[in-house]
Write a protein that binds this ligand. Structure first.
Ligand SMILES: *Cc1c(COP(=O)(O)O)cnc(C)c1O
Length: 399
């Protein structure tokens, strides 16, 4: 039985399992080569799990933090100050202005350069560097578009487009060269991925030569899927997102991992989503439930009103489609998902009309609702299901 005592003040809340995080981290530490650094991706409010809570849970476990926005990076630096920690490596993966780049330089935060910098932006950076004696070059990772068609320099124009790095000596330090896989999760044959790896190597060679680098910058490409199924993609850092939260990138990845690693790695989902009923009551045969009268009771039913809806990230397409767990039993959603409410059938699950605790994602007794089940109800991927869980919901860490 799930206890609601602890969170009686919340309508619905997210539980994060410390042990599950630990299991997933150690699984990845064992999966990647010994000299590869383990990076954790905390974008999208830590894939909807809650940025701050996940930061506290993962901070000590990983070598590098990958974030999407500089604002998140500043928050990490504040956290380190509060805790008295030395600063960890942080890489901001996302869009960044010249002013933000200056702020990142001040806070020793690494950034990604994915296109030719405009002269006016370079000027901002140069002015900052000139007015700060002892300025250390900004640590950047050059992003190469090796086949995703998203951010990054394309191979054909790379040499020409990175000339600005040569023309601004002392401003940038090329810390790394990176790319992002396009379809590792979608296939079980990885020809395209190997082509991307080959392109990354060509880009790497061009960069070293064009910029006359006397050292070897880091090279990185791996995400959750490739870290498990392409262990020979030959890189210095793994940037692991979804699977540190215990979720598989896709069915295909799961199949490939079983083949490549000879037994299926055991990822443990970190997140559960629970909700306490607002009321439980009996409605009589023939009554309608919810907007649009899309559900009509064909017998007397005991129903629970749950204070959770599409505002909280519970998809409206779940209307008349999904179920939640109460006392270890499946309880169907009756009618439409509303902004702040759903109504579920607890006729079999609840003994009387007292408050119940429903599990929207997670385990209750012998039943489990996985993010993958939710994704199939919503015709999407587990990434979107968890990432859309409202940032306003309380996150509690459980052991
Ligand atoms: C999201 C992202 C990752 C992590 O991907 P997962 O599939 O969640 O492991 C790694 N690198 C980049 C550039 C990303 O955008």
């Amino acid at each position: 039985m799930i206890s609601s005592q602890l969170y009686a003040d919340c309508a619905s809340w997210i539980e994060l399992s410390r042990q599950s995080f630990k299991n997933n981290v150690s699984l990845y530490k064992n999966a990647i080569p010994k000299d590869t650094l383990l990076g954790c991706v905390l974008k999208g409010n830590a894939y909807g799990h809650g940025f701050y809570e996940c930061l506290t849970l993962l901070y000590a476990e990983v070598d590098i933090l990958f974030l999407i926005s500089p604002v998140d990076a500043y928050q990490v630096r504040d956290y380190e100050k509060q805790q008295g920690f030395a600063s960890k490596r942080i890489v901001v993966l996302g869009a960044i202005s010249a002013h933000e780049m200056v702020d990142c330089a001040k806070k020793n935060i690494e950034t990604v350069i994915s296109f030719e910098q405009a002269p006016e932006n370079l000027l901002i950076l140069q002015q900052f560097a000139r007015s700060h004696p002892g300025f250390k070059p900004m640590s950047v990772h050059i992003h190469i578009d090796t086949g995703l068609g998203r951010e990054g320099f394309t191979l054909g124009s790379l040499a020409e487009k990175i000339q600005f790095l040569k023309q601004t000596p002392g401003l940038f330090h090329v810390q790394g060269v990176m790319t992002h896989f396009s379809n590792v999760e979608d296939v079980t044959e990885q020809d395209y991925a190997y082509e991307q790896v080959k392109n990354l190597q060509s880009a790497y060679d061009i960069i070293k030569q064009e910029l006359n680098l006397s050292y070897d910058p880091e090279k990185h490409v791996a995400q959750s899927a490739s870290s498990l199924i392409l262990p020979d993609s030959g890189c210095h850092i793994a940037r692991v997102g979804i699977s540190l939260y215990g979720l598989w990138p896709s069915k295909e990845t799961k199949i490939s991992a079983k083949v490549v690693r000879s037994e299926l790695p055991k990822l443990t989902p970190v997140l559960s989503w629970r909700c306490q009923s607002q009321s439980v009551k009996v409605i009589t045969e023939g009554s309608f439930i919810g907007y649009g009268c899309t559900y009509r009771a064909d017998r007397d039913l005991k129903v629970a009103l749950l204070p959770v809806g599409y505002f909280d990230g519970y998809p409206r397409v779940f209307s008349n489609k999904s179920f939640v767990l109460v006392n270890g039993k499946r309880c169907e959603i009756l009618g439409r998902v509303m902004m702040n409410h759903i109504i579920v059938d607890v006729t079999e699950a609840a003994g009387d009309q007292s408050t119940v605790v429903a599990t929207l994602i997670g385990k209750d007794g012998r039943e489990t609702i996985s993010a993958e089940m939710c994704a199939s109800w919503a015709d999407t991927i587990n990434y979107e299901i968890v990432t859309r869980i409202g940032a306003h919901l309380k996150r509690v860490i459980v052991e």
